[in-house]
Write a protein that binds this ligand. Structure first.
Ligand code: HGY
Ligand code: MN
Ligand code: MN
Ligand code: MN
Length: 403
């Protein structure tokens, strides 16, 4: 089995979630702790020391020339996933980084500057609700006090989860020292669409990440008995929430190019014979033009308030995360295209740590073909051969940047 595939298989086996199935690997949880042990052991097998920084990011440095830790070339991705996610979103970037390091060594590469490997926590925001939480803390894109107060579905705060993972919550926040080490960051990621399938190419260079945000709608109603409450006497927040989901689809359709999704909806208390007292739903909106994203959210919020009033309910809307459209560093992605002449240029609708880091350091991405084009689902896929091609492409790009 080619090396990259073997690393992926080990991650999938270590990170498989016995409760929720699939390959969910929530941050700072038992599963991830095992995954973290696996990753640190893989680094150790390569003579590298993985160290977790004050924001929960795991760094390792290959620096045979003993150069100062500045202007380094850094690659890596994330090991957490969405609930029931696929086996490649995140892990492919981590496995390819390890494999690319092996290839550079096999080729006898003598880097003029350090190569850094990084793994970012909570990229999906599956546990604490804010995507790219680790890279946002590193770059100052989120205030540490806001991050520390975030809670997971069990009510555990990010601060407590961090303590449980041996981190000091007081250490969270923008880390200019860590940023100063990074000369450029290149993230390899499985493609989360069919672009490379349609172009019949194994690897692409990313041009941009379209803007995306996440808003929490909380609809307040009157909890009551399903059997003794007449329809005319109800203030049912779940009815309002269902109508908001439909309204989001209509508003998105009226703004071409918009992707709007409600993938998570949580009625409280959640009894089959109980009219909910409250419903939380999360709206994910994405569009290449940030102004359109804002207009879509404003229109859905307006419609939600109207629908709530008709039902005698109220609704609160809170922005949980917002990332503007990011155009990657042109000089950098042109340099990558020069190294990989057959690789097409692709924009992505998925968010990435690279999209957050691009605010502070020159950043680029590579995508490896996903034959199903499906992602955030167990059908996400990448063949062993393409996974290896992606690692070779990453090694080629890193060799050029490290020269
Ligand atoms: O949600 C996203 O786009 C990414 O997969 N975190
Ligand atoms: Mn993802
Ligand atoms: Mn990802
Ligand atoms: Mn009863």
């Amino acid at each position: 089995m080619p090396e990259t595939a073997a690393l992926l298989a080990a991650i999938a086996d270590t990170g498989r979630d016995p409760v929720r199935g699939g390959y969910s690997r929530p941050v700072f949880a038992t599963a991830e702790r095992d995954l973290l042990e696996w990753y640190l052991a893989e680094l150790g097998r390569r003579g590298l020391e993985g160290e977790t920084d004050r924001n929960g990011i795991v760094w390792a440095w290959w620096n045979p020339a003993g150069a100062p830790l500045r202007d380094a070339v850094v690659t890596g991705s994330h090991l957490d996933s969405v609930p029931g996610g696929g086996a490649f979103d995140g892990p492919l970037g981590v496995a390819s980084a390890l494999r690319a390091l092996d290839l550079l060594r096999e080729r006898g590469t003598e880097p003029a500057r350090p190569l850094g490997l990084a793994v970012f926590p909570e990229e999906e925001g599956s546990r604490f609700g804010v995507a790219c939480l680790g890279s946002r803390l590193l770059t100052g894109a989120i205030a540490p006090e806001r991050a520390l107060a975030l809670t997971d579905p069990d009510g555990t705060t990010f601060a407590d989860a961090a303590r449980g993972a041996g981190l000091d919550p007081a250490g969270f926040g923008r880390d200019d020292e860590a940023l100063a080490r990074i000369g450029c960051f290149v993230e390899l990621h499985v493609e989360q669409g069919r672009g490379l399938v349609d172009l019949d190419a194994p690897v692409a260079v990313a041009s941009s990440v379209i803007g995306h945000g996440r808003w929490r709608f909380t609809v307040h109603g009157q909890g009551n008995h399903a059997g003794t409450t007449l329809l005319a006497d109800r203030h049912d927040p779940l009815l309002v929430a269902a109508l908001v989901v439909a309204a989001a689809r209509e508003v998105a359709a009226a703004h071409p190019g918009t992707r709007a999704t409600v993938g998570r909806l949580n009625p409280v208390p959640g009894g089959a014979n109980v009219i909910a007292s409250r419903v939380d739903l999360w709206l994910d909106v994405r569009h290449p033009e940030d102004a359109v994203t804002a207009a879509v959210v404003a229109e859905v919020s307006r419609r939600a308030a109207e629908l709530a009033t008709v039902e005698g309910c109220t609704v609160d809307v809170r922005e949980e995360s917002l990332s503007p459209t990011v155009d990657f560093d042109v000089a950098l992605f042109r340099r990558l295209s020069g190294v990989l002449p057959g690789a097409p240029l692709l924009a992505t609708g998925a968010g990435h740590d690279a999209g957050v880091l691009a605010e502070r350091v020159p950043t680029a991405m590579l995508f490896t073909r996903n034959p199903t084009g499906v992602s955030h689902s167990p059908e996400e896929f990448c063949t062993d051969a393409d996974a290896e091609r992606g690692s070779v492409a990453l090694a080629d790009v890193l060799a050029d940047l490290l020269a």
